[in-house]
Ligand binder design. Structure first.
Ligand SMILES: C[S@@+](CC[C@H](N)C(=O)[O-])C[C@H]1O[C@@H](n2cnc3c(N)ncnc32)[C@H](O)[C@@H]1O
Length: 280
């Protein structure tokens, strides 16, 4: 979400439930809030700033909450996230949005350690939460077609692609510590990308996963994607420019596959970092 717009809305108290006490003390007015956001929400994301992690969390929870409002998601909606890992921005945004009105959140998450941490981090939320430890590609074995209002891909296109490549390369992404194998995963993705083989290797599995998610959505439901690029990866030989192009790559592939999803452009959401698709 556009940082100036977001800061004005925070000053007006719109995202009160998402602003922690310590950020609230730090934020004096919209200009101050915007300048704090500008220090952290950059390319690449800069978490070394004071309260960098809290500011990043507020950026994402408020941006997702705002999307739920714009596209009129029911307060008691069911939302499915692919590959949450141990990141809890979407359940927190949904928790604030549903505000005790019976929202449901489900994630399909393969990595065991991250699923366990996700469980611990979401314990206190007033939201029904289910973690399915399986590949999102198999989600229709667990949930009914047409049962979700929203499908969330928070910084997940990269995780999906890395997991597809890992399967080809026999790297275990379920039982290993994700952060220990991450350098190996990124180096493999770069190898496929640099040799022009990434699309051949991953297109079918990626598009089939999106199509499965489409079946899981109610007609008129939404798939929402975001992406960001964190600092520190160039030093590992992983290209930030490539990582920053993931939304455009997914847009191109989904369009090419003709899945029956139309893009909805939202004012104040940059198309390079956000994509919202509506099921026809
Ligand atoms: C590093 S975490 C990322 C969490 C979150 N997307 C973020 O960027 O903050 C990656 C997680 O995505 C999961 N993942 C990747 N592809 C998946 C798939 N097809 N189905 C289920 N989980 C998947 C991995 O198992 C892992 O738990």
């Amino acid at each position: 979400m556009n940082l100036s717009e977001l800061s004005k809305q925070i000053e007006l108290g719109r995202f009160e439930r998402l602003v922690s006490d310590s950020l609230s003390e730090m934020f004096q007015n919209a200009n101050e809030i915007e300048s704090r956001f500008n220090q952290v929400i950059t390319v690449p994301i800069n978490l070394s700033e004071e309260k960098g992690f809290e500011i990043l969390e507020l950026y994402y929870t408020a941006s997702w909450f705002h999307i739920f409002e714009i596209v009129n998601v029911p307060r008691n909606a069911s939302i499915f996230e692919i590959g949450a890992g141990d990141t809890v921005y979407i359940p927190k945004a949904m928790n604030a949005y549903s505000s005790g009105n019976g929202g449901n959140y489900v994630t399909a998450n393969l990595n065991k350690e991250l699923s366990q941490r996700f469980r611990e981090k979401t314990e206190g939320l007033n939201l029904s939460i289910q973690i399915i430890e399986d590949d999102g590609a198999n989600i229709l074995n667990h949930l009914s077609k047409g049962s979700m209002e929203v499908i969330a891909f928070h910084h997940a296109i990269n995780d999906i692609i890395q997991t597809i490549i890992a399967k080809i390369e026999n790297i275990d992404t379920i039982n290993n510590n994700w952060w220990e194998i991450e350098p190996q995963l990124l180096s493999k993705v770069m190898e496929y990308h640099n040799s022009g083989k990434l699309k051949i290797a991953t297109y079918d599995a990626f598009v089939s996963l999106i199509d499965t998610c489409r079946k899981l959505l109610k007609p008129g439901g939404y798939m929402v994607f975001d992406n960001c690029t964190y600092a520190g990866y160039e030093a590992m030989g992983y290209s930030s420019e490539f990582h920053s192009s993931y939304i455009n790559m997914a847009r191109e592939w989904i369009e090419e596959a003709g899945l029956g999803l139309e893009e909805v452009e939202l004012k104040s959401y940059d198309k390079m970092w956000w994509m919202v698709l509506r099921k026809l």
